[in-house]
Write a protein that binds this ligand. Sequence first.
Ligand SMILES: Cc1ncc(COP(=O)(O)O)c(C=O)c1O
Length: 437
Amino acid sequence: MYTRRLSAFAFWLLVSTRLVSLPSFLQKTPRTGRGEMDYVYGPGKNHLFVPGPVNIPDPVIRAMTRNNEDYRSPAIPAMTKILLEDVKKIFKTTSGTPFLIPTTGTGAWESALTNTLSPGDRTVSFLIGQFSLLWIDQQQRLGFNVDVVESEWGQGANLDILASKLAADTAHTIKAVCIVHNETATGVTNNLAKVRKILDNYGHPALFLVDGVSSICALDFRMDEWGVDVALTGSQKALSLPTGMGIVCASPKAIEASKTAKSYRVFFDWKDYIKFYNLGTFWPYTPSIQLLYGLRAALDLLFEEGLDNVIERHTRLGKATRLAVEAWGLKNCTQKEEWFSDTVTAVVVPPYIDSSEIVRRAWKRYNLSLGLGLNKVAGKVFRIGHLGNLNELQLLGCLAGVEMVLKDVGYPVKLGSGVAAASAFLQNNTPMIPSRI
Ligand SMILES: Cc1ncc(COP(=O)(O)O)c(C=O)c1O
């Protein structure tokens, strides 16, 4: 017994001092080479091209490197007041009420739903990919009666079915139409103006709830003009902040609905936020001071570039990515041009290639992070995220990396073909940097 213990101790000592290594199946993969630190070093910058979380620009990182502060001092309420006004600009609303919630996109969904609906309420929701699927699951688990309108993954929301449902619903039993503006799993952008038009055509009073998690601050989004009742996003997407803030904006109609909606809510209850807005102290609980300063810096950068220019930049990067995919002879998961997303491209690989292997190799060999295919399209697509604080040359670096990985996994790509197509387009279409003219 004693000898067994002694030899176990000796083995542990040898392993922990790295004099012998553990069998490979017991090793942490990959080895960090940095003692107990839990990240994995790679030289140079990681090329972060997942469709969120995205790159955080240096001025934002610097703005967040600060101590905690007393949020009850006059400084934080004063800052919050301006942030709430400024954040309305990213939704293109003047009449909306924004909420900055310590949560993620998933919590922002819950805030939108529980504040406006009651258990048993009927919603229409479109299933077109993993994120719309998860939102529908949340709606069902919250006790709503969901009419699921399903399309093939790679297609947009079926708005003809929406029209027929609204036409048949003369008693106005449908309380909300819920739609993911940009389905991040498949790179599909839905046409929100069309949804509003259909609601108006039938004079239907249903609330219009929009997930703008991978669209707001990157794609054209007009809350007031499109009559969106609740719009929401997450800080780690096009705002280019760390994860941890859900930003929800409610129209006057949604605020009215929240006064009678019976879904249970505590942490997400808009009533508490509004109470503290009216008191001028703004926070029903302790806010993340660092994220508030980060949001200030992120908005400043967006406004300095100009929101319209930011959107044009995304249009440009989206188009350049699609040109590269075409040059590689690969297919976009998105089936029609009208749904092409300018924030994420899901690339379909040939059946003899596992797209997860592309993602794995890109990270292991080239320090390039690509998005995995999710759920139904797992193994079949990999995703290039092109949203947030990102420029043309960064994208070209990513495209060059993708070409090398494609070759690694046996796809007969001509190295440079995608980069050439994308750079020819970008060279013709990239304007001067607005702040440097
Ligand atoms: C469109 C969309 N909605 C919702 C979510 C969920 O957001 P989170 O992971 O921040 O909870 C995501 C996450 O990627 C998303 O892409």
